[in-house]
Design a binder for this molecule. Structure first.
Ligand code: SDX
Length: 437
């Protein structure tokens, strides 16, 4: 247990005349934790809805400074990585803990972009079976799980090298899955991966090239997508990454864990928020109502309406990523979709909300999802493809967390307890049918 500045006196908890000592666990950055294992021995537990104040694992991958709005991948500020580093170099950093040397980068990129690492025909046929109406997140979750049947690294890589290989395979497949999902949604023939392009370029051409044409994405869009993939690559123990680790803790397979994480990310309060933001901006545009009408709805406890893309469990100021994404949105939307009014609505909404006491007092600021959707829309992606693009970036973090979790000697199966509120023991009535009539 890292206690970089040396052990400190334990905290004490006194309850019903008994005093318990709770060891202090100090991180290199962030909140100090109390090891509460001792309270279980006294028949006590802690209640922490949504695990807001529970450190479930120790991790060295990513640190989010919510107070300052900073995000670090293995200690490097994300805003420095986002505009200067390829997505695969950032994936290498997250997985291995250090930025790659030129040689290591060539080797890793060569493995992920290996033309011989093609999808099994069985997975191609899977996409043939998907109806056009299927949400692309379902397609990604199913195709990822299906890799466990076709990948020669097996469903359950049981060594760090095996996990690394499975991670390379998944990173190699994700742009293809994303392009295939879009082709299915659009009812178009599927494209072919062009391994001579970089990751972002290939993802774009898989999504937008007419199969057989030599359409190449423009450099500005490809660079913007690379930045978005980097910004979405990891974010500590968010809902979907915690889900991945929960699956890893039972000893299930890597692809099963990522498939579960994809499904958790799909939720509108999590990764699905980028799609919900666009729906909200369109509703505002079509309603003809003033922004204040929607701000009031968001503040009304009796109204389920939320300002999508606003608020965060950890950030109590603007999300580090939102600042970078906002600048990309201002630049790219101007170039690619100047006629689209949604960005202006988003900018006005942000201005009104950030001046409103309700949002100020609750420290609710734009998060990573607030501006990403307008960018994807400007590039030409339909709304349902926004969260799959989140998956394409987050896959790197999921590989890193799976490797860290399965390499840890301290792993235990995840099994939270509960506060039981149901009935106490009662006998089953003998003649219950009569009693019921
Ligand atoms: C992501 O965890 C991660 O790291 C996730 C992520 C990642 O990279 O993996 O960053 C990606 O999921 C970003 C979040 C995307 N989701 C949204 O944009 C959905 C809208 N946001 C909210 O639903 C909410 O802010 C959450 C879900 C993001 C956070 O919820 P919390 O931490 O449980 O906070 P809460 O619901 O308890 O809110 C605290 C207060 C409440 O008011 P009070 O009861 O105190 O009066 O703030 C209010 C909430 O009603 N509130 C909002 C609001 N978000 C919180 N009110 C209006 N609009 C909102 N968006």
């Amino acid at each position: 247990m890292p206690n970089p500045e040396g052990a400190t006196a334990p905290a004490t908890l006194t309850y019903e005349g008994t005093t318990l000592e709770l060891p202090v666990v100090r991180p290199t950055l962030g909140r100090t934790a109390l090891d509460i294992s001792a309270i279980g021995l006294k028949g006590l537990s802690v209640l922490d809805p949504g695990y807001a104040d529970t450190a479930a694992y120790q991790s060295a991958i990513t640190f989010v400074d919510g107070e300052e709005g900073r995000l670090y991948y293995r200690g490097y500020p994300v805003e420095q990585l986002a505009t200067s580093t390829s997505f695969l170099d950032v994936a290498y950093l997250l997985i291995n803990g250090e930025l790659p040397t030129a040689q290591a980068a060539d080797e890793f990129t060569g493995r992920v972009r290996d033309p011989k690492m093609v999808l099994h025909v069985g997975i191609e046929r899977l996409f043939d079976a998907f109806p056009q109406s299927m949400h692309p997140m379902a397609m990604l979750a199913i195709a990822t799980e299906a890799l466990s049947a076709y990948a020669d690294d097996g469903a359950k890589p049981d060594s760090p090298a095996g996990v690394q290989q499975a991670g390379v395979r998944l990173l190699s497949a994700m742009p293809i899955f994303t392009g295939y999902a879009l082709s299915t949604v659009r009812g178009l023939p599927r494209g072919k991966s062009n391994r001579s392009l970089d990751y972002a370029e290939d993802l774009l051409q898989l999504c937008f090239a007419i199969p057989g044409s030599d359409h190449l994405p423009d450099n500005v869009t490809a660079r913007a997508l690379n930045t978005l993939l980097v910004l979405h690559a990891d974010h500590e123990l968010n809902c979907s990454t915690a889900t991945l680790r929960m699956v890893a803790s039972s000893g299930a397979g890597f692809y099963a864990g990522v498939s579960a994480a994809i499904n958790a990310l799909w939720g509108p309060l999590h990764g699905g928020a980028n799609q919900e933001v666009i729906k909200m901006l369109q509703e505002i545009k079509e309603s003809g109502r003033p922004l204040s009408y929607f701000i009031d709805k968001a503040k009304d406890k009796n109204d389920p309406f939320r300002l999508m893309g606003f608020g965060h469990r950890v950030y109590k100021t603007t999300d580090a990523r939102a600042k970078v994404i906002r600048n990309i949105a201002l630049d790219l939307v101007e170039k690619l979709a100047p006629q689209d009014p949604l960005l202006d609505i988003a900018l006005d909404l942000e201005e009104v909300a950030l001046a409103d006491e309700y949002f100020i007092s609750r420290r609710l600021y734009p998060n990573v999802d607030f501006y990403s959707g307008v960018i994807y829309r400007a590039i030409g992606f339909p709304d349902e493809m926004f969260t799959p693009l989140f998956v394409a970036g987050r896959t790197a973090g999921w590989v890193a967390h799976w490797l860290e979790m399965t390499s840890s000697s301290a792993k235990r199966i995840g099994r939270p307890t509960q506060i039981y509120t149901g009935p106490t023991e009662r006998p089953v009535p003998k003649n219950r049918h009569e009693a019921a009539s």
